[in-house]
Design a protein around this ligand. Structure first.
Ligand SMILES: [Zn+2]
Length: 330
């Protein structure tokens, strides 16, 4: 199977983890951020190896991307380029997430930040056969007030390129409790909700994300394999898991592709989708993720189609848009 040619959907892709190295170099030079970097050492700083030591080390690769995403022009550019890269490998729909809180170092407002990435996305939608939406991620090491602020300031973009909120960053046990109020508000405003949870071993966070925060989808969620209560809840409530295999290996959540629980989940009728997480940090693509899962589990064409359809159903889009995505399979 040539996955490059197959239509694909990515529901879990971070903007700051998916920058082109050349673009990072261009912006560093243009904005005079650091003078001692060249393409080779930038690539090294942006990407982690499969034998990365932990989620903490993985998260360090975001320092440089964040540094070059501080102006309207640069935010628009990286958003456009991610859409372009995705369309080149035949991704038909993508939900890109990013944390506006990270892009205020040069004084941009939340509104300007969101406007800029949306502008890049819309430019690409006009040029290529791809559609996208943004998910506003709130950093969970920051306060509930900070998350609330993003939710308040982002709501004017609902229905116009912003569809959901997320919580991301380092995962601590019980993190959901802090964000009950902001997520309730988000739901009232009409945001859809997906939460990073159960990424590196804490299955209980998945239960909390669903029960306390109303998560409709879970980013990763792989730790449910060690937590029966969380597992049963995900299954019973038909919560979709956004699975990102390469990232899971790099953060040491999973030993190798063959040990990944995705196929067991799939066979047990848990709703799984396949996603990239971070195209640059993980040096991956949707085609590569499918390829690795095919190699590990001898994925059949029918199974690829099933996973694609899971993504269609879980996407935060209208019924009409879902129909458009289903047509690509025919
Ligand atoms: Zn993620």
């Amino acid at each position: 199977m040539n996955f490059q040619k197959f239509p694909k959907i990515d529901l879990h892709c971070h903007l700051d983890g998916s920058l082109r190295a050349q673009t990072v170099l261009d912006i560093i030079k243009k904005n005079k951020i650091q003078s001692n970097l060249n393409l080779k050492n930038i690539k090294k700083q942006l990407t982690v190896p499969l034998n990365c030591s932990s989620l903490e080390e993985y998260l360090k690769s975001f320092n440089l991307p964040i540094a070059v995403m501080q102006t309207k022009e640069d935010l628009e550019r990286v958003s456009f380029e991610l859409m372009e890269d995705a369309s080149i490998e035949n991704i038909k729909y993508i939900e890109i997430r990013f944390a506006p809180q990270q892009h205020k170092k040069e004084g941009l407002t939340t509104k300007e930040i969101i406007q800029s990435v949306l502008s890049g996305m819309k430019k690409a939608e006009k040029l290529y056969d791809i559609k996208g939406n943004y998910i506003l991620s709130c950093m969970r090491h920051l306060s509930a007030e900070s998350a609330m602020k993003i939710i308040e300031e982002g709501k004017i973009f609902l229905g116009n390129g912003v569809v959901a909120v997320d919580l991301c960053g380092e995962e601590l046990p019980g993190f959901c409790h802090k964000f009950i109020q902001p997520m309730k508000k988000a739901k009232d405003y009409g945001y859809r909700i997906t939460i990073h949870a159960g990424e590196t071993g804490i299955g209980e966070n998945v239960t909390d994300a669903i029960n306390l925060l109303g998560a409709e989808r879970i980013g990763h969620g792989i730790s449910i394999s060690n937590n029966k209560k969380a597992y049963n809840l995900v299954k019973e409530k038909q919560v979709t898991l956004e699975i990102c295999p390469t990232s899971n290996i790099q953060t040491k959540a999973i030993k190798n592709y063959k040990k990944h629980p995705i196929y067991n989940f799939y066979n047990d009728e848990i709703l799984v989708t396949l996603n990239t997480d971070n195209r640059t940090v993980s040096n991956t693509s949707m085609s590569e993720e499918y390829l690795q899962i095919k190699k590990a589990f001898n994925l059949k064409k029918e199974e690829y189609r099933h996973i694609y359809l899971n993504s269609v159903e879980a996407a935060f889009i209208s019924e009409n848009e879902k129909q458009r995505l289903k047509k690509y399979l025919k």
